[in-house]
Design a protein around this ligand. Structure first.
Ligand SMILES: [Cu+2]
Length: 123
């Protein structure tokens, strides 16, 4: 009887090891628009450890010759220039604990430039 119980426990343990769900990081890919004076979407949700790929179309509007926006993630110390009239693809691993992390345009692009921001929500 003990042997049967022991064998059952061993089989149960092995099946738990083999079939337990693995929590693995994913790649999250999305499109975004950057313009005076917003990012759309302005909220990005990912899981900690995910790799995030964003194709950002930087629009040319209002000031037609305005050459540049940017996207800056202070918590990651990462930034990219976003030349207007072009789509820039950015990619990085979200090495942050769960929380809310602001991002912004860090190039002065007009009067409402301080409004050009968003938030990265890490779950
Ligand atoms: Cu700006």
């Amino acid at each position: 009887m003990r042997r049967i119980i022991l064998t059952g426990l061993i089989i149960l343990s092995l099946s738990l090891i083999v079939f337990s769900p693995k929590i693995s990081a994913a790649t999250v890919e999305m499109n975004m628009v950057a313009d005076q004076y917003y990012f759309d979407p302005e909220v990005i949700k990912v899981k900690s450890g995910d790799t995030l790929i964003i194709h950002i179309e930087s629009l040319m509007s209002e000031m037609e010759n305005f050459p540049l926006h940017s996207i800056f993630f202070p918590a990651l110390n990462k930034r990219w220039d976003l030349p207007t009239g072009k789509t820039t693809t950015i990619k990085f691993k979200v090495d942050l604990p769960p929380g809310e992390y602001p991002f912004e345009c860090d190039i002065y692009c007009g009067l409402a430039h301080p409004d050009m921001k968003g938030v990265l929500i890490v779950e």
